[in-house]
Design a binder for this molecule. Structure first.
Ligand SMILES: [Zn+2]
Length: 214
């Protein structure tokens, strides 16, 4: 049996077409910006922790151009607690780079409705080699959310998890020290996939409030 992975030298047609459109459309209009970014390096002011979900692209939702957002995406937009244990921590590495090297000013955790990762946790779906362990990060948030049978349970779990991720961010010494020095602000935002509505967490009230509705 030939177990060599099949590596195509061409791209899937949709990606090829998309790149052609980029090359003839967006690239010429933003060529000088790309050159400048290449020479100066990136200096994004905002970092986003988002979900892998294909419907929730931070660059699309915030209408951002190249160099504007430093983004790390993972299943269910989770931030693990600070845990320097010598293992592999992709999200923590991105946070360290964004906060200590790029010195982003704003850090947004972007949650969303109908999150498959949250659903999988809530329904005890088969966990595979990695997903189950990863979404077990949801357990502390889930313990704080009552009414599993209620229609809005998943939304409340999604939002509780987002708040937990914001709390976990403050367990990173470099995040805490940047907040205390007033050079970094944390935000929680929640995107409703069906309506396109974005809500932002008001820390005092703990409520998510819709923004830019006019
Ligand atoms: Zn998701």
């Amino acid at each position: 049996m030939n177990l060599k992975p099949s590596i195509q030298v061409s791209l899937p047609q949709r990606l090829y077409d998309g790149y052609r459109a980029f090359r003839t459309g967006r690239l010429p209009t933003e060529q000088s910006r790309y050159r400048e970014l290449a020479e100066r390096g990136q200096a994004p002011e905002t970092m986003v922790v988002g979900c892998c979900d294909s419907r929730v692209s931070p660059e699309v939702i915030f209408d951002a151009g190249p160099g504007e957002l430093f983004v790390v995406r993972n299943v269910a937009n989770l931030v693990p607690p600070y845990s320097p244990d010598g293992l592999y921590h992709g999200v923590s590495a991105a946070l360290e780079y964004g906060v200590t090297v790029l010195r982003v000013k704003h850090l947004v955790v972007l949650g969303h409705a109908r999150c498959g990762g949250i659903q999988a946790f809530a329904s005890n779906a088969p966990s595979g080699d990695f997903i189950g362990k990863w979404i077990s990060l949801l357990a502390p948030a889930a313990a704080s959310v009552q009414g599993r049978e209620d229609g809005d349970y998943l939304r409340r779990l999604e939002q509780a998890s987002l708040m937990r991720s914001l709390d976990n961010l403050t367990t990173f010494p470099f995040v805490r020290s940047a907040i205390e020095s007033n050079v970094l602000t944390l935000f929680g935002a929640y995107f409703d996939v069906a309506t396109g509505e974005l809500s932002v967490l008001e820390r005092e009230s703990g409520q998510f409030v819709a923004v830019a509705r006019d």
